[in-house]
Design a protein around this ligand. Structure first.
Ligand code: THU
Length: 138
């Protein structure tokens, strides 16, 4: 699985986005140490504030199937014609949700933030420094 493959999986997931209110389709793909990939897309609601982000949906799918670690990389894609084509970075809540699984498994996943001109490659710890997580409760 190359980085381009992971980005392609996120793009494919975005095809199932339910985002009639924002018209902003997001896709996310999680790569695990065993090579498996879990995808998610954003799911909005007529009660706007209840929208679920693509990354949160992907993490929820993975954890509901038993994942408790091994998160190595995450690709996030969005519309390339919005936001000036800038790379899309996970929202604050999603950073925290991603951190839960990352910290559980002791990994610092690479986040591939896809934009029109470039893909920004950052570690989760750069997006969420000094994170509060499960270890904080020990
Ligand atoms: N969205 C995501 O899915 N992930 C993010 O990290 C940022 C925002 C979604 C939420 C909403 O459905 C739409 O993008 C516009 O905010």
């Amino acid at each position: 699985m190359t980085e381009d493959d992971l980005i392609a999986a996120a793009r494919e997931a975005a095809e199932n986005s339910y985002s009639p209110y924002s018209d902003f389709a997001v896709g996310s793909a999680l790569l695990f140490a065993d090579g498996s990939v879990v995808t998610g897309t954003n799911i909005e609601n007529a009660s706007y504030g209840l929208a679920l982000c693509a990354e949160t949906v992907a993490i929820s799918k993975a954890m509901a199937d038993g994942a408790r670690g091994g998160l190595e990389a995450v690709a996030v894609t969005g519309p390339l014609d919005k936001g000036g084509g800038a790379p899309i970075t996970p929202c604050g809540r999603c950073r925290q949700v991603l951190n839960e699984l990352a910290q559980l498994g002791g990994t610092d996943p690479l986040i591939l933030c896809v934009g029109a001109e470039e893909t920004r490659r950052v570690k989760l710890s750069e997006l969420l420094p000094h994170a509060f997580g499960p270890a904080s409760l020990d």
